[in-house]
Design a binder for this molecule. Structure first.
Ligand code: HEM
Ligand SMILES: *[C@@H]1O[C@H](CO)[C@@H](O)[C@H](O)[C@H]1NC(C)=O
Ligand SMILES: *[C@@H]1O[C@H](CO)[C@@H](O)[C@H](O)[C@H]1NC(C)=O
Length: 324
């Protein structure tokens, strides 16, 4: 060991400068951390997991609904729980936007989780973080793989009906429109394909797939015929069919296998496997469950990182439905 001298103290000065710099950077930009509530609310993650498991035990579809809530939150103003704000006489939120109305569900499960968290750790855990953790716990409850959820998002004091109408992809979208919608949020085409694997669970209303089952040509004809029984050419708009015809309550890769046999329920689903450049990704996920699950978790982390409010931005709502 050489003796300490003045020149050997230089690296430690640099290290201090580096730490200071990264601290300043960290506070200026969004830095989420999976241990965010470790000291301020150590029971947060177990409270959320128990409540999600209880809700999924009552109704498996709720796992799908909670997963979708996080997606519809993050694509509109970022992951800031803006979707949870109720309309009032003076405030219009996102719940009546076309992709959400008569469709998004799970708000009362979030209310239950929030009130339990407020009892244990008042004013600490954000509604936006509840959505991110509940989405992960839902996937795990239905058989998917886990991931560590980065935390520390804060809640918005605003919502945007117009952004909810423009920024969420429609079931009539073409492949290029889907890629554009995700690229607008900083997500790649590959991540878009992985995240679309969410449609291996949950249900869709007839109104979202009617034109596909009567007019699309790239649909399995026996599949189309069987769907028409519960989705007439007029009426029955709210009749439900599973997004994954083979295993609608299992978080597996059957969604991708279905696409190979032209059994995507939504027009947008089948666009991922219709002779375009995402075909190879669909084929890969259809034959490798573990690759899909790993890529899905990583893509969820990236989606969960869309423009979070951190530091002193936003607030920790005490009631997810309204601004404090
Ligand atoms: C790729 C573009 C996407 C389009 C066009 C799309 C569209 C839709 C539509 C139309 C429904 C049925 C809604 C209804 O009829 O009420 C639905 C359901 C669902 N979506 Fe997507 N989605 C997309 C991506 C995603 C992503 C990225 C996720 C999650 C990360 C997701 C999760 C779900 C889930 C879980 C359901 C079932 C919800 C339930 O049963 O309550 N979707 N989606
Ligand atoms: C199918 O396409 C025809 C011709 O474009 C249209 O008139 C009809 O409304 C479509 N049907 C459905 C169920 O979308
Ligand atoms: C359509 O579905 C039937 C019944 O599930 C299946 O036997 C057939 O192979 C499918 N057709 C195509 C083109 O994938």
């Amino acid at each position: 060991m050489p003796p300490k001298n003045s020149s050997s103290s230089l690296p430690s000065k640099f290290r201090f400068m580096f730490l200071l710099f990264s601290f300043l950077l960290g506070t200026a930009s969004a830095q989420l951390s999976s241990s965010y509530y470790a000291t301020t609310c150590p029971s947060a993650l177990s409270i959320i997991k128990s409540a999600v498991n209880a809700a999924v035990a009552v109704e498996k579809r709720m796992g799908a609904s909670l997963l979708r809530l996080h997606f519809h939150d993050c694509f509109v103003q970022g992951c800031d729980a803006s979707i949870l704000l109720d309309d009032t006489a003076t405030f219009t939120g996102e719940k009546t936007a076309n992709p959400n109305i008569n469709s998004v569900r799970g708000y009362d499960v979030v209310d239950t989780i929030k009130s339990q968290l407020e009892s244990s750790c008042p004013g600490v855990v954000s509604c936006a973080d509840i959505l991110a953790v509940a989405a992960r716990d839902s996937v795990v409850a239905l058989g998917g793989s886990s991931w560590k959820v980065p935390l520390g998002r804060r809640d918005s004091t605003t919502a945007s009906l117009s952004a909810a109408n423009t920024d969420l992809p429609a079931p009539t979208s073409s492949l290029s429109q889907l890629i554009q919608a995700f690229s607008n949020k900083g997500l790649t085409a590959k991540e878009m394909v992985a995240l679309s694997g969410s449609h291996t669970i949950g249900q869709a209303r007839c109104t979202t797939f009617r034109s596909r089952i009567y007019n699309d040509t790239n649909i399995n004809s026996s599949y189309a015929t069987s769907l028409q029984a519960n989705c007439p050419s007029t009426g029955g708009d709210n009749n439900l069919s599973p997004l994954d015809v083979t295993s609608p309550t299992s978080f597996d890769n059957a969604y991708f296998k279905n696409l190979l046999s032209k059994k995507g329920l939504l027009h947008s689903d089948q666009e991922l496997y219709n002779g375009g450049f995402t075909d190879s990704q669909v084929t890969a996920y259809s034959s490798n469950l573990q690759t899909f699950k790993t890529d899905f978790g990583n893509a969820m982390i990236k989606m969960g990182n869309i423009s979070p409010l951190t530091g002193s931005s936003g607030q920790i709502r005490t009631n997810c439905r309204k601004v404090n």
